[in-house]
Design a binder for this molecule. Structure first.
Ligand code: NAP
Length: 264
């Protein structure tokens, strides 16, 4: 059932960039499905967005490191008669301990949260989007996808996967009205560095390197609507990403689409 207002599913809506996306999409006339682990935060946000923007908000708590979570979420969404017009695949974090010292359960959780759940949620919502001939998916990658890999961290590799997967998905789906964008922020004011335990080091970085989550969400939303498969928000980050990568994204995308010898 399609409601009059389109519905956006935002993962990691309890803080930072996800909460900013929820606010922006509510302002722009969407109903919301808000997902994260902290129910209280989500309920407060839902109440505020309903009051301020008239958005109908559904709160679904889930731990996306749980391999069963994406299917359970979709089952709850379908039970409520909701369809997803916009997917913001945002929930994420970075571990900071050395690879060899980190229990496998933690590493597997990072992969599940930021690779498998991201991919599976897209896979779950795409068939309905294709049937309607319209959909928008934003996957949170990172400026880290363009940076030299950090020693012992899975994060760079994970966000590089998200970047590549989003571009491939966009190539496949855009002709059918479904746009996919890899949103690649640099340092963004949020709880990310508190969770990672790097707040002290991050606080010494110059302010030119930082963006507000609202600005990141706004630029990502504009990019996906304009059909841009990659969005690096903010002038500092754009310059940094170009400096770190000699072939521009646009040229890579066009080359990738046109020179693939395995294309059907
Ligand atoms: N901040 C930055 O500098 C930066 C830069 C580049 C990319 N990013 C990316 O942007 C995205 C959002 O990060 P942020 O900066 O907004 O960080 P944040 O403020 O820490 O927010 C992270 C969100 O993800 C949710 N989350 C974390 N683990 C989860 C789990 N196991 N299950 C469900 N939800 C989970 C958190 O909710 P609960 O704790 O309530 O579950 C929270 O809502 C991430 O993918 C991150 O990698 C951030």
């Amino acid at each position: 059932m399609t409601t009059a207002r389109p519905t956006a599913l935002v993962t990691g809506a309890s803080a930072g960039i996800g909460a900013a996306f929820a606010e922006l999409l509510a302002q722009e006339g969407h109903d919301l499905i808000l997902v994260a682990r902290r129910a209280e935060r989500l309920n407060e946000l839902a109440e505020r967005l309903t009051k301020q923007h008239g958005a109908t908000c559904t709160v679904l708590t889930a731990d996306l490191t749980d391999p069963g979570a994406p299917d359970e979420l979709m089952a709850s969404i379908r039970e409520r008669g909701l369809t997803v017009d916009v997917l913001i695949n945002n929930a994420g974090m970075s571990g900071s301990s050395a690879f060899a010292d980190t229990p496998w359960s933690e590493l597997a959780g990072e992969i599940q949260l930021m690779i498998t759940a991201v991919t599976q949620l897209a896979h779950l919502v795409v068939p309905d989007m294709l049937a309607r001939g319209h959909g928008r998916i934003i996957n949170l990658s990172s400026l880290a996808a363009f940076a030299p890999p950090g020693e012992s961290l899975l994060y760079t590799g994970i966000k590089t996967y998200v970047l590549g997967m989003s571009q491939a998905l966009d190539m496949e789906l855009k002709p059918h009205g479904v746009h996919v964008t890899a949103l690649c922020p640099g340092f963004t004011h949020s709880e990310f560095h508190d969770v990672m335990g790097t707040r002290e080091a991050a606080s010494h970085l110059p302010s030119i390197m930082w963006q507000r989550p609202e600005a990141v969400a706004r630029e990502g939303w504009t990019a996906v609507n304009r059909g841009k498969p990659v969005c690096v928000p903010g002038m500092f980050n754009k310059v940094a990403s170009h400096a770190m990568r000699p072939v521009p994204f646009r040229a890579q995308y066009v080359l990738g689409r046109n020179l693939n010898p395995f294309k059907n």
